[in-house]
Design a protein around this ligand. Structure first.
Ligand code: UD1
Ligand code: UDP
Length: 375
């Protein structure tokens, strides 16, 4: 007798969720036992579309909730209004969520209210400080409370869940699905000289004689003084004539405003629009090092042997810091500039921040999650 397929809804809203759930959706789609549905809340519009392109995916359902400059409360209300009736009507077998965004938490809450089990990918990341990252630390903890299955990417994350009293029977350590995504797209890019040539032509301003520093930044808790400091530090680093900075600027208006005001028109600083995932991987591969406050980039960079300076005081991804592959440089001008100069001027320190082994996964996380959901 043929079993009817399991119907998980894979729900994403933002760029990192799209990158980290796309390979899981594709894994399930290739298994007879699953009939997965890809749903975007549309918390992000163009940035989700840009990353799904790398996987040749479009959502089966797009709730298109994004509004420019949305507040967290408005976003929460819009996701509940759009998603709850659909979940109540279709009753999927699972809601699969990822990480720590408003989409993640609100979907989990809707699942809980509708008695639909929630599977949480990238569970257990914690700083222990509810305000940093804000609001993500709360989103993660709240999701853990209502989720049925928990997929921590690392031992540290699993231990956090155990400490909070989650039943070990419901926890499976999987590695981070971002490594699955990165390795698959990176391998394809390496094997395709014409895609590489097209990417080279997309960034004609890149000067092979200067070392490239790739920058991303978007954290809400850094809005205001933190972002002003980040921009001042970048301007100071860009005064060196042996570097060039490439900064794909996040579309949040709170980021766009300050970054363009402070760094627009500066020599050696290239402010560009967010790029699709394949292009971002190309830029990471061509960077000398990466300055970022992004969670996903902290996880990806070690797999590409790129040192990362994290422009935050804390991280919930201490695995890379503990392994010496990333350093926390805070959001002060002095520490960011000092960290960058250290990497630029001290080859031995640079070499120490490179490794062949990623602390975040082996590229097989999606298989482990899919297998677990079959049990
Ligand atoms: C969100 C997540 C954050 C995640 C980040 C990844 C929450 C609370 N925050 O932050 O955890 O690290 O995404 O990037 O869930 N915008 C566009 N087009 C887009 C995307 C965003 O114009 O494709 C603009 C809109 O004006 C939007 C604003 O950015 O209102 C903010 O988006 P939002 O998702 O609320 O917050 P992020 O700061 O992006
Ligand atoms: N990324 C991308 N294009 C860009 C910048 C980043 O595809 O222009 C990817 C990057 O490789 C990483 C993810 O976006 O996988 C990180 O997303 P973001 O920084 O928005 O969110 P976070 O990881 O901090 O939640």
């Amino acid at each position: 007798m043929k079993l009817s397929p399991i119907r998980p809804w894979i729900i994403l809203g933002t760029r990192p969720e799209a990158i980290k759930l796309a390979p899981l959706f594709m894994t399930m789609r290739n298994m007879d036992r699953f009939a997965p549905v890809l749903v975007s809340t549309g918390q992000h519009q163009s940035m989700v579309r840009d990353v799904l392109k790398a996987f040749d995916l479009t959502p089966d359902i797009d709730l298109a909730v994004m509004q420019p400059g949305q507040t967290l409360s408005l976003l929460t209300r819009n996701i509940i209004d759009a998603l709850d009736p659909l979940i109540a009507e279709h009753k999927p077998d699972w809601l699969v969520v990822q990480g720590d965004t408003t989409t993640t938490f609100v979907t989990s809450l809707i699942g809980f209210y509708n008695h639909i089990p929630v599977a949480h990918v990238e569970a257990g990341l914690r700083t222990g400080d509810l305000m940093r990252p804000w609001p993500e630390e709360a989103n993660r903890r709240l999701t853990s409370i209502v989720a049925r299955r928990h997929y921590p990417p690392t031992d540290l994350a699993r231990d956090n869940l155990l400490r909070e009293g989650i039943d070990p029977k419901n926890i499976v350590m999987t590695g981070n699905t971002v490594i699955d995504a990165l390795l698959s797209v990176s391998k394809r890019l390496d094997a395709d000289p014409s895609a590489q040539a097209q990417l080279l032509a997309r960034f004609p301003f890149l000067d092979p004689a200067r070392r490239m520093i790739l920058v991303t930044g978007h954290r809400r808790e850094s809005f205001g003084e933190g972002f002003r400091n980040i921009c001042t530090a970048l301007a100071e680093i860009a005064e060196r004539d042996d570097v060039q900075i490439v900064y794909p600027v996040h579309l949040n208006p709170n980021v766009q405003g300050i970054v363009h005001e402070t760094l627009g028109g500066k020599t050696n600083v290239h402010l560009i629009a967010p790029v699709d995932y394949e292009a971002f991987i190309y830029l990471m591969k061509h960077s000398y090092f990466i300055l970022t406050d992004s969670g996903g980039v902290q996880e990806e960079a070690p797999s590409l042997r790129r040192p990362v300076l994290v422009m935050r005081d804390t991280s919930e991804r201490m695995e890379a810091v503990n392994a010496g592959l990333a350093r926390l440089v805070s959001t002060s001008v002095q520490t960011i500039v000092a960290g960058a100069y250290m990497l630029l001027d001290n080859p031995a320190a640079y070499a120490k921040m490179q490794s062949d082994i990623s602390p975040f996964g082996d590229g097989r996380a999606c298989n482990r999650i899919a297998e677990d959901l079959l049990l």
